[in-house]
Design a protein around this ligand. Structure first.
Ligand code: HSE
Length: 325
């Protein structure tokens, strides 16, 4: 165990998919990489690579370090010092599950470092507790589309293979929106009518994904539980939710707590450029700068590579060919 070097590549995720608030998640082809080794002597070193990571602590208050310690504690192992390197292509605080990816990366990496004593289910329970909901962490851990329910002490899930014809187009606004702020915008009570609407939509959406019925997505992705209350936080969102299907989307939703907007698109759609322009122009019209990005659902969870500490290639050299930048 002392001689291991573990690297993990973890997918980003989108949560809710419209009506499945805190329940549905889908892994996306955008990644975070984390590498861990146990230093032979010396103390903890945390290297963060990539843009937008300023302000993230590099001491023992770092999230990845703290989550790794939870694994060691649960497994009865003592590993007080760690060398950690991290790079992420997932923009922070935009609704693409960057914190869930960091949590899943830390859990799977630390677990592999000590010989995988904890099951994926055990990691899923820790991650759901840490995030407070299982949607993003479930998708990053299991890949594909993950339907999960959490009762406050236990999370259960069923994974659905994403349809091979699904492409994903996201519009990522340049401003950040914290999940906390986006959750504060939600009411404490909703009407029975809206609850029934969401139960129907979310159930139908899951059935549509499971049966491969892509034509039902637009109808089933509608939501009355959170998106209407969050619309004021993302100028242009209402128009995009109302009109994206008229511009070639199979369905549209706020990605997680936002501000990213997510559309599902048939991979052979002839209207991809039109949809791309519609998203950018609509946000632009409301004074919001945004970057659009074409992604795929990611069918796999974390990809773990275990090598020996003698592996001398530097972390950034090892992932160079795969990162977006
Ligand atoms: N389900 C969560 C929400 C995802 O919408 O608040 C963001 O963490």
């Amino acid at each position: 165990m002392m001689n291991r070097r573990v690297m993990v590549k973890v997918p980003a995720s989108t949560a809710n998919l419209g009506p499945g608030f805190d329940t549905l998640g889908m892994a996306l082809s955008l990644y975070t990489w984390i590498e861990m080794t146990i230093p032979s002597d010396g103390s903890t070193v945390i290297e963060l690579h990539g843009d937008g990571l300023e302000g993230i602590p590099t001491d023992k208050s770092n999230l990845i370090y703290k989550v790794a310690q939870q694994v060691f504690e649960a497994a009865g192992a003592e590993v007080p010092e760690l060398q950690i390197a991290m790079y992420s292509d997932i923009p922070l605080t935009r609704g693409l599950g960057s914190s869930a990816s960091a949590i899943i990366g830390a859990l799977t990496c630390a677990n592999a470092l000590i010989g995988n004593p904890l099951s994926d289910d055990a990691l899923f329970q820790i991650a759901s507790e840490l995030e407070g909901h299982p949607d993003n962490v479930g998708a990053s851990l299991f890949g594909g589309i993950v339907v999960s329910a959490w009762d406050g002490s236990r999370a259960e899930k069923v994974r659905i293979e994403p349809h091979a014809d699904l492409d994903v187009l996201v519009a990522i606004p340049s401003f950040q929106l914290s999940t906390e702020k986006a959750r504060h915008a939600l009411p404490t009570q909703i009407s029975m009518k809206d609850a029934v609407f969401n139960v129907g939509s979310s159930s139908l959406l899951v059935a549509a994904f499971a049966s491969g019925n892509l034509d039902l997505i637009a109808f089933a992705m509608r939501d009355r539980l959170h998106q209407p209350y969050r619309a004021a936080l993302v100028p242009g969102m209402e128009e995009i939710l109302d009109q994206a299907t008229e511009h070639g989307a199979l369905g549209v939703a706020l990605s997680g707590a936002g501000p990213t907007l997510l559309t599902l698109v048939h991979k052979n759609s002839p209207r991809k450029a039109e949809l791309d322009a519609f998203l950018s122009e609509t946000l632009g019209k409301h004074g919001i700068q945004a970057q659009t990005m074409w992604l795929k659902p990611c069918a796999e969870g974390p990809e773990i590579t275990v090598s020996s500490k003698q592996q001398e290639q530097l972390f950034m050299e090892r992932i160079k060919g795969e990162v977006r930048a």
